[in-house]
Design a protein around this ligand. Structure first.
Ligand code: FES
Length: 67
């Protein structure tokens, strides 16, 4: 699904970037040019970032419990 229409950036590109450590709005802007035109994609990218960080927190909690 295309998230940033202006720059033809798809959700899977954003998720792949976040998985590789590009996991802040500024870093995504620099890497993929998202939000740098009309800005309409910013709320959806914020949602993806929140989901990503929530998943990371869950993983850290699970790892801490396992140790
Ligand atoms: S839709 Fe992303 S900058 Fe316009």
């Amino acid at each position: 699904m295309i998230v940033c229409i202006c720059n033809n950036v798809k959700d899977r590109q954003i998720k792949a970037a976040m998985a590789s450590g590009i996991d802040s709005m500024k870093a995504l802007q620099n890497a993929l040019d998202v939000t740098n035109c009309c800005g309409c994609c910013e709320p959806m990218i914020n949602d993806l970032l929140e989901e990503h960080h929530a998943n990371q927190s869950d993983l850290v909690s699970q790892l801490a419990y396992a140790v």
